[in-house]
Design a protein around this ligand. Structure first.
Ligand SMILES: NC(=O)c1ccc[n+]([C@@H]2O[C@H](COP(=O)([O-])OP(=O)(O)OC[C@H]3O[C@@H](n4cnc5c(N)ncnc54)[C@H](O)[C@@H]3O)[C@@H](O)[C@H]2O)c1
Ligand SMILES: [Zn+2]
Ligand SMILES: [Zn+2]
Length: 381
């Protein structure tokens, strides 16, 4: 089958690889109909991880079940399903508590597994024609048959739940004001989720015009950080108080105001300034324990200059980590089906698998409006 295979920094290729097969009685094989490229894929694409050439990318996958293992009980051939990017068992201590992003079974020695991701276990990615799904009864979320809502449903694999998770971590409640840093797919979904949860005012900070335009389109207030300190811009619009809550949807690759440098703690420290005393900060944006591409020695060990003094003084609280997609994907699916949520506004491009190399390049440069790319393996090249 065809698959998107990592070659070397800034190079992926669509190559022939072996078809996946059933390895365990609770596996299914899914014919992939949609698979999205994620900001998280870019960490590997840019060569900032230990990802080895040959890895098949793709953790945001949906499709139709083609084959079921003999132990599968709730799924059948022909079912349309979307899989959380987390691979999880459903029965370990963390899964039992709903923390499926930190499964203790699927990736020995590490809490958490994912498809097509370095250090996240032996699970091939789904930017391919087919995908093996382990613990399938637990990991597949069933969808209505047909083709309706395809580009909405594929976002249930990661970014819609992840944006929502940012709001959960920050405990966003009705009537509150929220500052979201980053208008990438995750930030846009965080802002969208905050509005769904009844936030009164949502600011979205970025410097990419098309992305800020999407934020405005959903009813958020765009803040262009290339035009001046975003914390001051937000304070001015909140009577000097700052927001009730904040969400970091950028992570350690945060850029300086002129976008010339990486300042890994820039967004965390901006949030300490932006959020009012006793507020909360949710951090779905990624921070890593080691980063060969970091701008300094401490940061290369995941140690950043965080304003802990101010954070403490203000009595702020913070929640972090991978999204437990399974915790939210069912409810978010039902919002889509009911017509109450349409996350696909974030999708800028739908392309055949063959165009993945070009799509990675443009998405990585954040140019030509490449906000979110969905690949359809069945689309003619
Ligand atoms: N926690 C999870 O489970 C989870 C899941 C998916 C993605 N992520 C992470 O979330 C982050 C965002 O993902 P994405 O797909 O939206 O990525 P992205 O790279 O497309 O978006 C990041 C955005 O941040 C903006 N930005 C850079 N510096 C900034 C600054 N100083 N202030 C404000 N904005 C700034 C960029 O212009 C860009 O638009 C990544 O770190 C990704 O790895 C986490
Ligand atoms: Zn993702
Ligand atoms: Zn588990």
């Amino acid at each position: 089958m065809k698959a998107v295979v990592y070659q070397k920094p800034y190079a992926v290729k669509v190559s022939q690889v072996d078809d996946p097969g059933i390895q365990h009685p609770n596996d299914v094989i899914v014919r992939v109909t949609s698979t999205a490229i994620c900001g998280s894929d870019l960490h590997m694409y840019e060569g900032r991880t230990a990802a080895e050439p040959g890895i098949v990318f793709g953790h945001e996958n949906m499709g139709v079940i083609e084959e079921t293992g003999p132990g599968v009980v709730s799924l059948k051939v022909g079912d349309r399903v979307v899989m959380p990017f987390n691979v999880a068992c459903g029965f370990c201590k963390n899964c039992m508590a709903g923390n499926t992003g930190f499964c203790l079974t699927v990736n020995p020695g590490f809490a958490g597994g994912a498809y097509g991701y370095v250090a996240m276990g032996p699970y091939e990615g789904g930017q391919a024609e087919r995908l093996r799904v382990p613990f399938a009864d637990f990991n597949c979320l069933k969808l209505p048959h047909g083709e309706q809502f395809e580009t909405d449903f594929v976002l249930l694999a990661d970014i819609f739940p992840t944006g929502y998770h940012g709001c959960e971590l920050a405990e966003v409640s009705p009537g509150e004001s929220v500052a979201v840093y980053g208008a990438g797919p995750v930030g846009l979904m965080a802002a969208y989720s905050a509005l769904l949860r009844g936030a009164s005012k949502v600011f979205v900070v970025d410097r990419v015009p098309e992305r800020l335009a999407k934020a405005e389109q959903i009813g958020a207030i765009p803040i262009d950080f290339s035009q001046g300190d975003p914390t001051e811009q937000i304070r001015e619009q909140t009577g000097g108080d700052g927001t009730d809550k904040g969400i970091d949807s950028v992570g350690y690759q945060a850029k300086s105001q002129d976008a010339e440098h990486e300042v890994p703690a820039a967004v965390l420290n901006a949030l300490v300034e932006t959020v009012r005393a006793t507020g909360m900060i949710g951090v779905p944006g990624l921070y890593v324990p080691s980063d060969p591409g970091a701008p300094n020695e401490a940061a290369s060990h995941g140690q950043l200059l965080f304003s802990i003094g101010k954070f403490f003084e203000k009595g702020l609280r913070m929640g972090t980590g991978q999204c437990n997609v399974k915790k939210y994907n069912r409810q978010l699916r039902d919002l889509i089906i009911a017509g109450r949520a349409k996350p696909s506004f974030v999708v800028s491009h739908e392309l055949p698998l063959e165009q993945a190399p070009m799509a990675y390049e443009k998405f990585d440069k954040r140019i030509e409006g490449y906000t979110k790319v969905v690949l359809h393996p069945a689309l003619a090249a």
